[in-house]
Design a protein around this ligand. Sequence first.
Ligand code: ZN
Length: 301
Amino acid sequence: MPELPDIVVYIEALKERILGQRLENVRIGTPFLLRTVDPPVPATVGKAVRELRRIGKRIAIGLEGELWLVLHLMIAGRLHWSRSRAKLPGGRRGLAAFDFPEGTLVLTEAGSKKRASLHIVSGEAGLHALDPGGLEVLDAGLDAFSARLTSSNHTLKRSLTDPRLFSGIGNAYSDEILHRAQLSPVTLTQKMTAEQIQRLYHATRESLLDWVKRLRAEAGGAFPEKVTAFREGMAVHGRYGQPCPRCSAKIQRIRYADNETNYCAVCQTGGKLLADRGLSRLLRDDWPRTLEELELLKQRP
Ligand SMILES: [Zn+2]
């Protein structure tokens, strides 16, 4: 699922292309995409783009008249930019197209589960209702981070990926952050020492900033078309069985539902393998069965 670094780079690319441009037409490919009825789609047509904003993992396109188009890509939603009036891809893949004078922004979603969403809302209050409220770690100091982290007692993996606690972090970057911090995904947040929290704080910021930089460089001014949760250069995420870049031990995994968490036992858990099957009671109770579950909690205002 596109996370903070992906969304930041998408927004930068969108700013270059649609800021100040008038939305000429909106074509909706599937009725399931649009989750709001008022304001209606036609109210957005003819309005110029005034602002772009990231809200957690959502992309908010601000139009004249305080109207906002808010896109949530969920897992398989992707954006594409075409300089000509692009056709909506068929086979239920094409969800929507937004036509501007200089090109078309197309939203697609692979797979049969249609989860990506579009909300059209009015004003700051409308936007606020879509904000899960996660802390923006890149704007926050250590004290605010620490307070948020320890506001409830969960495993680190769960806390980092809960959009109500932290903004924009999902399965991929949480794996990378925990590896960088050399902390176990099952550490309980209220059991952490001040030193561990500080380490996590810096690792979170460094990971996110580092990946924004890398993805920006990779896009090289073009529209980012290769958005994926599995990136070359990631230390652990998606690298089960491959060598840890820090210590060369094999990367481990914990599988759950249709997803997995990757970690290095040497660097993160004192050599201990975390149960892959028959998880301990702690894990069963606290692990997000699916990370989407957490997202979906806030899908509807
Ligand atoms: Zn290692």
